[in-house]
Each structure stands twice: as structure tokens, then as C-alpha cells.
Write a protein that binds this ligand. Structure first.
Ligand code: TYD
Length: 138
């Protein structure tokens, strides 16, 4: 599994740092939605789903957390701890976010507006969905 982590350009000067993100320049899709998680309770794991078509970039803009990616064949854990790093998550990828630091703010840039129909929230259904996809490719 290829993990795609973007390293954004911080514009630093003696006042501090600033990161600017533009669609199709720094982010590989049109940004239709932004949301963020904060005050995550210690020990909580979020996510537990995949998307049929949504693409996302996760940026832990404060604090740290970890993301488990699972494409149905392989799993990888990616730490997010820098405000200038973005983890790209394609569609058809099961994800779980965990080990949030108490100060973590996890921001998500998404290629589509919220649509519950795009979610796969059952792991067995996810495995079925991606194997169906593979048959179409073959
Ligand atoms: P949920 O999907 O449970 O979050 P997680 O990514 O941890 O699986 O979302 C929590 C609640 O927020 C749920 O009631 C749906 C709502 N929500 C929106 O209204 N819009 C959004 O863009 C998102 C991501 C969630």
C-alpha cells in the first residue's frame, strides 16, 4: 500500500508560520467541505468506515493522532503530528483515527459534501465492495 503524505510549504518568518492550501495546487481535488475534530476523549477511536467515492486530506493542525489505513489486503499506521503534513486518503480505504493527544485538532479537507450514502460503515460490506470493484477492473 502506498501512503501519500503531502508536505505543505510553510511560509515562515520571524512572526511565525502560515500554511496556505489551494485546490488543484496543494490539494489534488476541489475542496467542497472542511470539517475538524477536537476535544477527542482519550482512548477514543473514530472513523471505522470507508467511502465509495470521497477523497480526503487529513491534517492534524494541532497536537497529534494516528491513522490506520486498510485497503482490505494491507494495513498501515500513519502518525500525524505536524501542522504542515497532510495524509491523502482515497476512496475504498478503511480508516480509523486513534491516539489523539488531548490538544489534537484533526482537520479534514473533502472532495464532496456530506453524503451518508457514500459511507461503508460495516467492515465485511467494505471487503465485499472492494472485491466487486476488482472484478470490474479484471
Ligand atoms: P461520524 O461520521 O460519526 O464521524 P467519524 O469520522 O468519526 O466516523 O460523524 C459524527 C457526526 O457528525 C454524525 O452525526 C454525522 C455528522 N457529520 C456531518 O453532519 N457532516 C460531516 O461532514 C461529517 C463528517 C459528519
Amino acid at each position: 500500500m502506498q501512503v501519500i503524505k503531502y508536505v505543505f510549504q510553510p511560509h515562515g518568518d520571524k512572526r511565525g508560520q502560515l500554511v496556505a492550501l489551494e485546490e488543484f495546487v496543494d490539494i489534488p481535488f476541489k475542496i467542497k467541505r472542511v470539517y475538524y475534530m477536537y476535544n477527542t476523549i482519550e482512548g477514543v477511536t473514530r472513523g471505522h468506515h470507508a467511502h465509495k467515492s470521497l477523497e480526503q486530506i487529513l491534517i492534524c493542525i494541532h497536537g497529534s493522532c494516528k491513522v490506520r489505513l486498510d485497503n482490505g489486503e494491507e494495513k498501515k499506521v500513519v502518525p500525524l503530528e505536524k501542522p504542515y503534513e497532510g495524509l491523502y486518503i482515497s476512496n475504498n480505504m478503511w480508516r480509523e483515527m486513534f491516539e489523539f493527544s488531548p490538544d489534537a485538532v484533526l482537520m479534514v479537507l473533502a472532495s464532496e459534501v456530506y453524503d451518508e450514502n457514500d459511507y461503508i460503515r460495516d467492515y465485511d460490506e467494505f471487503l465485499k465492495f472492494i472485491s466487486k470493484d476488482k472484478k470490474i477492473v479484471k
